[in-house]
Design a protein around this ligand. Structure first.
Ligand SMILES: [Zn+2]
Length: 147
């Protein structure tokens, strides 16, 4: 195990049942490690704001894995700057509301279908964008704010 911060390991960022199943090597290239490290540091602040552990359900995605899970090519997941997570703190909506109330820094926070939270970070400019993903006629659309 490679420890990144007090509560996060590199393996939590790279593990993927899809990658395992399809034998995709989802290891992080050396040039992206600073991004992973930054994300882990930011996630410590998320964890602190929630007062509960967070479970990363999807962290880093190499381009091949990202394509397989239907991620957009420019996804922050491919840069090591975003994770999807859950927490026993509460529902995805409650988690998002708490992070906003606690003034946690992020670039993009998305409440995804009431199933998980996506959070992305930037090393230079965290824009505090909040979105809610919902299905509309079978397609995912993003609404501004928490709805
Ligand atoms: Zn995501």
């Amino acid at each position: 195990m490679t420890k990144l911060t007090e509560h996060f390991t590199l393996e939590e960022f790279t593990r993927s049942t899809t990658a395992n199943r399809l034998k995709i090597d989802n290891s992080v290239a050396a040039n992206l490690m600073p991004n992973i490290q930054l994300t882990a540091i930011k996630l410590e602040l998320v964890r602190k704001a929630l007062g509960k552990p967070i479970i990363i359900t999807s962290g880093y995605r190499c381009p091949a894995l990202n394509a397989k899970v239907g991620g957009v090519a420019t996804s922050a997941h491919t840069k090591g700057l975003a994770v999807d997570f859950k927490s026993s703190f509460g529902t995805p909506r409650e988690i998002c509301q708490r992070l906003i109330d606690a003034n946690v820094q992020f670039d993009k926070l998305i409440q995804e279908h009431n199933q998980w939270v996506h959070i992305g970070f930037s090393s230079t400019n965290n824009r505090q964008i909040v979105l809610t993903a919902v299905k509309n006629a079978g397609k995912t659309i993003y609404k501004s704010g928490l709805v």
